[in-house]
Design a protein. Structure first.
Length: 207
């Protein structure tokens, strides 16, 4: 499905924030964020994606900000995640592109984990969500295999949008081992997961 169609579907969503998710989001306690460590090397697939899509990888530092996870923002996040997961058929890079590793938007309706992540991130940015809170993240999944997810950083904790899991989960509830992700202050800088970081809070529609 085209990005505009996915956004339209997102706008029509009526999903609500369940009590269990509200607790996970941090209503009853201060949220705990994934620890962020030293600067590390970007994935080779990300470098290739940026070479192919330079407009989506503009350099430049920006303030690290979190999203205010309102009920409406949660509804929109669920709707977009569901729409992209349902509209893209999972295939390997080798079957789709004839390459072992290739990051791209799933314009042909097919893709692997990174392609899902890239589309979700683009649609959220196009809808006005701050780029610094939408972080491409590399993990080891439950099979100890390399995997990519979109981590959304909010005032209620960090949540994971994943093509392997239909629900949006807190980063601590996925069972994944986190390896590295984009820096909030510069999308082209990548950090390992180590020390904590502090951010300001902005609305979901911030620039």
């Amino acid at each position: 499905m085209a990005p505009k169609a996915a956004l339209a579907a997102m706008a029509l969503a009526t999903a609500s924030l369940p009590n269990s998710q509200a607790a996970a989001a941090g209503h009853s306690a201060m949220p705990i964020y994934a620890p962020v460590g030293d600067v590390t090397t970007p994935p080779s697939g990300y470098l290739q994606f940026c070479k192919d899509n330079p407009a989506d990888c503009k350099s430049g530092s920006q303030e690290a900000r979190d999203i205010v996870l309102s009920r409406q923002a949660w509804k929109d996040l669920i709707a977009l995640n569901d729409q992209v997961n349902k509209s893209v058929k999972p295939v390997t890079d080798l079957d789709n592109y004839g390459k072992v590793e290739w990051w791209a938007y799933p314009t042909n309706g097919k893709g692997d984990c990174e392609d899902y992540v890239l589309l979700k991130r683009k649609l959220l940015i196009d809808a006005g969500w701050p780029r610094s809170a939408l972080l491409i993240t590399v993990v080891r999944d439950k099979k100890n295999e390399g995997h990519a997810v979109l981590m959304v950083k909010t005032d209620r904790g960090e949540f994971v949008l994943d093509n392997q899991e239909p629900k949006i989960l807190s980063w601590r509830a996925t069972g994944y081992r986190y390896v590295k992700r984009q820096s909030q202050s510069d999308q082209n800088a990548w950090v390992s997961l180590g020390d904590t970081q502090t951010t300001a809070i902005v609305s979901a529609k911030g620039n």
